[in-house]
Write a protein that binds this ligand. Sequence first.
Ligand SMILES: Cc1cc2nc3c(=O)[nH]c(=O)nc-3n(C[C@H](O)[C@H](O)[C@H](O)COP(=O)(O)OP(=O)(O)OC[C@H]3O[C@@H](n4cnc5c(N)ncnc54)[C@H](O)[C@@H]3O)c2cc1C
Length: 389
Amino acid sequence: MDLELSTREKELAAKGRAFCDEVLLPLELITDEHGELPMEKRAAVRQAVRDWGLAGINHAKEHGGLGLSMVEQTAIEEQLGRVTNGLWSCVWRAPVSLKSGSPAQIDQYLRPSIQGERRGCFAITEAEAGSDPRRVKTKAIRKNGQWLLSGEKWFVTSYNASDFIIVHAHVDDDPDKPTLFLVDKPVANMVHLRSPKFMHNFAFDHAELRFEETPVPEDRMLGQVGQGLELTKDWFVEARMQIASHTLGAAIRAAEIANDYATTRHQFERPIRDFQGVEFMLADMAVEIFAAKSMLYRVAAEIDRGLDRKVVHAHASALKLFCSEVAGRVIDRALQVLGGRGYMRENPVERLYRDIRVDRIWEGTSEIQRVVVGGQIRKRGLDIYSGWQ
Ligand SMILES: Cc1cc2nc3c(=O)[nH]c(=O)nc-3n(C[C@H](O)[C@H](O)[C@H](O)COP(=O)(O)OP(=O)(O)OC[C@H]3O[C@@H](n4cnc5c(N)ncnc54)[C@H](O)[C@@H]3O)c2cc1C
């Protein structure tokens, strides 16, 4: 068993960290104050992603991506997770579901998205459909050689940074026919209802959209009728790996800040780390990070060696659940070690505290991950988690 990162993996981690420190961290406060990354900063960050060789981190070379292994991607993503305000999303990850597109869709959507010339956002969730996508009411009806989409979508992340939307709709209003559509912006008969404020201030918005018989050309269906959930599943594994990496990076940054502060802050004539109440918090933070990091790189390595897709899915759920909850606990303790300073908006730990809360909600809530884990134990036995696959 080799638990060492290779030289290349270490180099990629160092590049991710340097990019985060030099390009993204200077944008944190302005993004928090402004509510999102100001428009005038966006082109320069996009160019920086290209200049640093970080365009297409999650795609194969055949489509113009970097061809990185999952461990290599994870090494970069962990470092990007250190930044607050969702600025990690400036390093685009073209949707994996686009790989299932027709040759024309791959040329028109996937390749330019990998280069950062185009960007797509996902519209699955609705007012009545969150954890349970069968409740989606957005429908697609084929009429006169085109599709007409009708319905309302919520929480469409990065809508204002995107030029196309991947919309999950039920063909003929039939929940057995979940299907994805590529909707180019601007499009007729689609209304941007609003982009509400959230607990975090994120690089881009989270929009609500209404489709009113929005016309979509026939060749903009992604995959086949009924394949929508299947294509979204592939995306879930990748998104859960990214969330696990980002939350770990966030937890480590908070722990580092708390650890330094505990050494320099004096009360009652000694550093506060000399009080066991503080030192035990640091110890608990370190132990949880140690466990989360070990689990993250194990699952990444399993993906690289081609472990069965269903087992990978099961492990990615457990990983997302664990890392997002560890990060919540670690950052909460870090804030406590910092006392009142940790509660100030100018302190990264305060922003991490707000940022990290959503990671227990999006891409499958913690409860849904427990449903997946519980179901896997029932189906395959405890060994799927307690043994070696
Ligand atoms: C900031 C933000 C950005 C987002 N970005 C996107 C995006 O880009 N595109 C997109 O499509 N969606 C997006 N989402 C939506 C997100 O994926 C959903 O919020 C999430 O799936 C949960 O759905 P819900 O909010 O409707 O909660 P619900 O599904 O209504 O859940 C409410 C509560 O019930 C619990 N619950 C539900 N079912 C079960 C069950 N079977 N067992 C136990 N407990 C259960 C949940 O865990 C939760 O605690 C985003 C959300 C947020 C907050």
